[in-house]
Write a protein that binds this ligand. Structure first.
Ligand SMILES: NC(=O)c1ccc[n+]([C@@H]2O[C@H](COP(=O)([O-])OP(=O)(O)OC[C@H]3O[C@@H](n4cnc5c(N)ncnc54)[C@H](OP(=O)(O)O)[C@@H]3O)[C@@H](O)[C@H]2O)c1
Length: 272
């Protein structure tokens, strides 16, 4: 995949969350969201979880506003667009491809804190990993790299579609992507997000005057908090939907999928 294929002719400015808490948090978000009240609400909802048992590296991440080390597996349209925004926000980005030599322009656009390599290196590099591959590749990505991502925050934005991914897509859609992706990615702190926004919308973010909302589903408090920060860093408003089981509510084909809804519109449509 050649990154330039997608970006040719487009001007780029150089340098830019298992059960109980869903209800609690959904209620807390039935109001205008800000990053501050997202984090406060998420914290309250997760108060019963034993965060002290979480990996130390993650505690450091969430307790800091320092740049994150982010590995991207699948640096195509959505992975590339999101990675550029995160780089612009000051994060350290490791773009990956099975053909990393094709990522030269993307890395150059992302600036001095970006690099490229093979997917296993991205999995090792990141405290946070974004997986942005065709959904049919997710089982293999999980088999090959889950061992390298144990305990790490992994954001999965892939969307199963049978016309591209074959019959496995129908099985994933039936399960819901939160549950299906978790089966493919054992041992990671999985988040479903960035799945129902298009790469063009990412490029154009932040939308004015009202930002587009991005749903987040995860079973892990810190993973959801970190993802909320990263959603903001791309120029969107985070909307916490619930645990992974609820990711299906914003899967492809749902009323909120790639509609460019604001956070308030998302919450109203999703009944949050
Ligand atoms: N396009 C969007 O606006 C958008 C928005 C939200 C979500 N999504 C979802 O995000 C996923 C990616 O979409 P996309 O449009 O960005 O696709 P894309 O442009 O084709 O990029 C996919 C990337 O995945 C990499 N890849 C494919 N198989 C791989 C494997 N087995 N191991 C490691 N890397 C692999 C490819 O890199 P190499 O071939 O170079 O290795 C390629 O760069 C899809 O599931 C899609 O449904 C897309």
């Amino acid at each position: 995949m050649c990154w330039r294929r997608y970006w040719h002719g487009i001007h780029l400015e150089p340098s830019k969350w298992s059960v109980a808490w869903e209800e609690t948090l959904a209620e807390s978000y039935n109001k205008q969201i800000t990053r501050k009240n997202f984090l406060q609400g998420a914290g309250a909802a997760f108060a019963g979880l034993a965060t002290g048992q979480l990996p130390a590296v993650s505690q450091a991440i969430i307790n800091s506003q320092e740049p994150l080390r982010i590995g991207i597996i699948g640096s195509g349209r959505i992975g590339g667009a999101v990675g550029l925004k995160w780089a612009e926000a000051g994060h350290h980005i490791f773009f990956s491809s099975r053909h990393p030599e094709e990522l030269t322009d993307l890395v150059a656009s992302a600036g001095e804190h970006a690099q490229a390599g093979l997917p296993d290196a991205a999995a090792r590099f990141g405290d946070v990993i974004l997986i942005a591959v065709p959904y049919a590749a997710l089982p293999q990505v999980g088999r090959d790299y889950s061992s390298l991502m144990q305990g790490k925050i992994v954001i999965d934005c892939g969307n199963p579609r049978a016309d591209r991914d074959g019959p496995m897509a129908d099985a994933a859609i039936a399960l819901g992507t939160g549950v299906a992706s978790a089966n493919f990615l054992p041992g990671v702190r999985l988040v479903r997000s960035f799945s129902c926004v298009s790469w063009i919308q990412v490029q154009q973010a932040p939308r004015s005057p009202e930002r587009i909302g991005i749903p987040i589903a995860a079973d892990d408090e810190e993973a959801a908090r970190v993802t909320a920060r990263l959603v903001e860093d791309t120029g969107f408003d985070p909307v916490f939907v619930g645990g992974l089981e609820r990711a299906r509510e914003f899967d492809r084909g749902t009323p909120v999928y790639v509609r460019g809804m604001s956070a308030a519109e998302l919450r109203e449509t999703l009944g949050l």
